[in-house]
Design a binder for this molecule. Structure first.
Ligand SMILES: *[C@@H]1O[C@H](CO)[C@@H](O)[C@H](O)[C@H]1NC(C)=O
Ligand SMILES: *[C@@H]1O[C@H](CO)[C@@H](O)[C@H](O)[C@H]1NC(C)=O
Ligand SMILES: *[C@@H]1O[C@H](CO)[C@@H](O)[C@H](O)[C@H]1NC(C)=O
Ligand SMILES: *[C@@H]1O[C@H](CO)[C@@H](O)[C@H](O)[C@H]1NC(C)=O
Ligand SMILES: *[C@@H]1O[C@H](CO)[C@@H](O)[C@H](O)[C@H]1NC(C)=O
Length: 662
């Protein structure tokens, strides 16, 4: 997982407050992780399973969970004939706290803990307690799931355009119920405010000045209001002009996305034009503008004049300054294109940002303008009139063809755990219709399952339950989904791979990862089967970000660097490593860190240093793509359902090429 610093400076104003809070939060966060590790270890209910298989009707399952909430962790049973696949994950506060008490000081010593537990204990326990309740509600839910899921928006007719007045402090925001379509445009007429002094802690620490910088910046964002459940809405486009620059002291335009609360890799334009082949719908990603630090040297002027005079120069070139000025009104237009968003200021193209992150234009249902800016008006035009109605029936193709085979008794080569979110129905369906159709899965040599936690909305959970029962390929972890708990899903994948199937290797990927299963299997088979394997896009000597929104505190990660770790969207481990993880987890000695891929790197490193038999084969390949797709990829990331289908079509024509459009 990588976190760009996109909003770091943007949030600089709060740094002072953060500094005061930091030790407290750090201690709290650390305590929380320790606690999670304790609690998670309690999860090993698959082992001591004395479960009596019972008929799993919808009603009985809800009841089962409720009763177990009073006794101990509930148990599911092995899915039969593509039936339900809910497993023993119910946690209850009392049980957790009891186990925790029993563990007492030991864990404190182990992790060098300080600070006040109880607030965070409550928070972690909450996810399970709420989850148990949510599951109960979902099981009891008797309404028409399809009608409710499609509910807000399907029947609504949306306006073709929208106008907002400006004025007032704070954020200017609008709701675009039907999202955007190709050709839709958002126009903002506004004036950037004068720069204000802000305090940046990192700056003071680095010894350059007293930490005060003059900051003039604002952001225009397209947000995915539908996509979020209990977390910040994803930023589908975050456009952040920094008029006074940032560390470079040059004005920049920064563009980025933030998905599942993670910033992607920022695209920065600083006046240097992008290369000729770096185009979006035919527009360069960054246009050139005049830069005070290099444009005005006499020499360049003379030589350019000379070149033109003797007829060797290209056509005369017009250069423009940076498009925003403090106190000067501008007209900014963001237009949605086929391949990306195009940003024009004063009628002139300044930048283009390719679509990313598995979002479709319809997802961009929120528009916000924030920061140091006086907004005069905002217009959205050429909007789609109707939402491409999100109906479960349309999204989920209820056909026997897409049902999963039951888990085979005999050993398999690979188990794939796919991390997914409750409302990602379309993402899961796209995977079923594409790479889950590889012969290896259809013939039972490879098993793939989605790992999903619960949402706050009972109808969404009910829909998920219906989906899981029908397709038989979803493992529901009944806690309320949160970003910080993703690592629990990774542990669950290892448990499943060890306890529910007999797999030689385990692969972890995300529901926006497209896996070329045939080449991944072929890759895996080239390595010595008797030696442990860790295969993926490896990062060496990566350092934790110590500041900014995604900062990792010293309490969470005291070491200077991360262990070698494979990027989260697609990696493979051999079963001996997974077994080690599961058994250390069962005896509560598995250290957990909120970033699941770094955690895996840490576990593999521990295994490598403690195992006496053989060292782990660390195998790196950049073809397990972290950012998007490259031709001849092994796995491609950030793929929308439409892109998945496109990739699959291309593969069936024998071409492993990317689909970089929506
Ligand atoms: C996995 O195995 C455990 C114990 O062997 C069992 O309790 C659980 O229900 C199984 N889960 C699934 C999804 O089959
Ligand atoms: C821990 O926090 C709780 C409430 O947040 C408070 O009541 C308690 O006194 C705190 N304990 C310590 C030791 O600081
Ligand atoms: C920090 O330094 C700047 C000049 O570099 C000065 O204008 C400002 O007043 C100083 N701020 C503080 C809080 O000392
Ligand atoms: C695999 O590794 C083992 C242990 O190092 C070694 O004995 C064996 O010869 C290797 N096999 C192959 C096919 O290289
Ligand atoms: C794994 O262990 C071997 C032998 O102990 C060691 O040489 C190697 O450097 C380790 N690899 C990593 C990535 O730590």
């Amino acid at each position: 997982m990588k976190r760009a610093r996109s909003s770091e400076i943007f949030l600089g104003g709060r740094a002072r407050a953060r500094r005061r809070l930091a030790p407290l939060l750090a201690a709290a966060a650390f305590a929380y992780l320790v606690f999670v590790s304790v609690k998670l270890s309690g999860l090993g209910s698959w082992e001591d399973s004395a479960a009596i298989p019972r008929p799993e009707t919808a009603a009985s399952r809800g009841e089962l969970l409720q009763r177990d909430a009073l006794e101990r962790a509930p148990r599911g049973r092995r899915a039969a004939g593509g039936g339900a696949a809910v497993t023993g994950y119910g946690r209850i506060t009392g049980e957790i706290l009891r186990r925790h008490e029993a563990l007492g000081g030991g864990s404190r010593r182990r992790w060098g803990l300080r600070g006040n537990f109880s607030e965070l204990e409550r928070m972690a326990a909450e996810a399970w307690a709420l989850g148990a309740r949510a599951w109960e509600e979902a099981s009891a839910f008797s309404g028409d799931v399809d009608a409710i899921v499609s509910g807000d928006g399907a029947a609504v007719e949306c306006p073709a355009s929208l106008e907002l007045g400006g004025g007032g402090e704070g954020e200017t925001a609008a709701f675009l119920p039907c999202g955007l379509a190709v050709g839709s445009a958002v126009t903002v007429v506004a004036t950037p405010r004068e720069a204000v002094a802000e305090y940046v802690e990192a700056l003071e620490r680095s010894g350059s000045g007293n930490g005060t910088v003059m900051v003039a910046q604002f952001a225009v964002e397209l947000r995915g209001l539908r996509a979020s459940e209990g977390e910040d809405p994803p930023r589908i486009l975050h456009l952040n002009p920094r008029l006074r620059g940032d560390w470079s002291r040059r004005p920049v335009l920064e563009m980025n996305t933030c998905f599942r609360m993670q910033w992607g890799k920022a695209q920065r334009c600083d006046g240097t034009p992008s290369k000729d082949d770096d185009h979006v719908d035919g527009f360069p990603k960054c246009e050139k503008w005049e830069r005070r630090d290099m444009a005005d040297s006499k020499e360049t002027k003379t030589s350019s004049w000379f070149n033109r005079f003797i007829g060797r120069a290209k056509k005369p070139e017009m250069t423009w300054p940076y498009p925003f000025l403090e106190g000067k009104m501008f007209v900014l237009t963001i237009q949605a294109g086929v391949e990306g968003y195009h940003i024009n200021v004063g009628g002139r193209h300044v930048a283009s940002f390719p679509h990313r992150m598995g979002f479709t234009l319809e997802d961009a249902t929120g528009l916000a303008v924030t920061g140091g800016i006086d907004v005069h008006s905002v217009y959205a035009t050429s909007l789609p009139k109707a939402h491409p109605s999100f109906s479960l029936q349309n999204v989920l193709e209820m056909s026997d063809k897409w049902k999963a085979r039951p888990v085979p008794e005999e050993p398999i080569q690979l188990f794939i755990g796919i991390l997914s979110a409750t409302n990602h129905f379309a993402e899961r369906m796209a995977i079923r219709k594409t790479w889950m159709q590889f012969p290896a899965i259809q013939l039972g040599n490879v098993v793939a399952r989605f790992f999903v936690a619960l949402s706050h909305r009972k109808e969404i959970n009910a829909a998920l339950k219906k989906e899981a029962e029908y397709f038989g390929d979803v493992v529901i972890l009944p806690f309320i989904d949160r970003y910080e708990l993703v690592v629990l899903k990774t542990v669950a994948i290892c448990q499943y791979g060890v306890q529910n199937v007999t797999a030689e290797y385990i692969m972890k990927c995300d529901d926006d990862t497209f896996v070329r299963l045939d080449v991944v299997l072929q890759q895996v088979s080239t390595f010595n089967r008797t030696l442990p394997l860790y295969l993926g896009n490896l990062n060496l000597l990566h350092r934790p970000l110590r500041s900014g929104k995604w900062a990792v505190t010293f309490e969470e990660w005291p070491e200077l660097v991360y262990p070698p770790y494979a990027n989260g969207p697609g990696y493979v481990i051999s079963i001996n490593i997974a077994r080690d993880i599961v058994s250390r987890h069962a005896i509560q000695s598995l250290r957990l860190f909120k970033m699941e891929d770094v955690s895996m790197g840490m576990w593999v490193e521990d295994y490598n240093t403690t195992t006496i038999t053989a060292p782990v084969q660390y195998i790196h390949s950049w073809k397990f793509c972290q950012y998007g797709c490259v031709d001849n990829y092994f796995t491609a990331h950030y793929q929308s359902p439409r892109q998945m289908l496109c990739l699959w079509d291309k593969l069936s024509l024998g071409r492993a090429q990317c689909c970089n459009y929506r």
